[in-house]
Design a protein around this ligand. Sequence first.
Ligand SMILES: O=P(O)(O)OC[C@@H](O)[C@@H](O)c1c[nH]c2ccccc12
Length: 389
Amino acid sequence: MTECTSPLAFCVAGARPTTAHRRPARRCERPLLPHPSGRALISPLRRARLSMTATDPSVASSEGSRGLPSVLVDILQRKEREVQQLKADMERAGAEHPLRKRMAQAAAGNICSSTAFSGAIRKPRGTVCVIAEIKRQSPSAGVLAEVPDVRFYSQMYYKAGAAAISVLTDEAFAGTLDDLRTVVEHQKNYRGNFPGPCPVLRKDFIIDEVQIAEAAEAGAAAVLLIVAALGREKLQQLLQATERHGLEALVEVHDEAELEVAKAVGAKIIGVNARNLHTFEVNLDVCMSLIERFPEGVIAVAESGIKETTDAWRLRDAGFSALLIGELLMRASQSVKHGANAYESSYNQAFGIIRAFQSKGSVKFGPTTLARGYGMNEGAKESLGYLEM
Ligand SMILES: O=P(O)(O)OC[C@@H](O)[C@@H](O)c1c[nH]c2ccccc12
């Protein structure tokens, strides 16, 4: 594959899905929430389906499994338009535009770097932490939760002991940059506590430095960089830009080839996304096999589809330092609306899940239900304490 400078060029050059990559039709499309900006949302799935009906051989992938699924291609095309719009706005506003100032500061090397994100999620072997995600909906799962106020999640995640918070800011997930700002502001309430405020990850499809400047301006500590969406050259540029802006990057991979790219550009935090971009199916074995190829010192994050406490503990035992969890926590918080009793309130369920995942239970001995209620990150005594004969 030849390297392209633009992520869009990357898609167009060789990343359109072939029929082999098309997601099976069995997945039903659920309604999407209106975007908080008030703009009408076309479901990415619907758009993807429309584009799938066109059989243009010129856009067929020649790269086998490296071809991007059309949902991602659509999102990246929209991102390109958003970035152009943002740049035009910055141009019009003149030198006083906060992003222009920030870009200039970064270019001059005047921004101090923060290690708040890696500091929070780097754990010794045998310990795992949770990066809890705020995600209203997703192209694969439809609506996950109604979230009138993201501060509810911000508070719950902090109190449950999440190490960091990930906030989706893309419209396909009904997220906004304002959500991220609100969470960052809310976390400031915990200044002076131990642990302090959760660092916040901007979860979006970053294709340009200006989005990194935006993330920094909004108070994020880290951004997501997706190898599949960028290609090596662009990834390297954006990784360097991330450092200039004082942030850290979670570099996302799906397979061995992408992991090699992440390693080659010197990523310090690498996330293995267990969700197959083409089928949306989740396979945690991908995490288990790729962790063996992680270099020493790189922080390993397992992403997507983690639902069972025993899976969390297995990933921990395999060497993952952090688990990125969205859907499970978002859904757990909605149970109260569906007639759950007081003991199963939304607050307690997500709270219990985070505690259980981070607790030191053992896959062999620890009853996971007790870990949900009583897991205290206390070490081996928990599993011995709950040992049932
Ligand atoms: O909701 P889940 O299955 O727990 O997954 C969370 C996270 O991994 C997922 O939201 C994600 C991983 N990489 C992404 C890239 C873009 C948008 C979303 C994602």
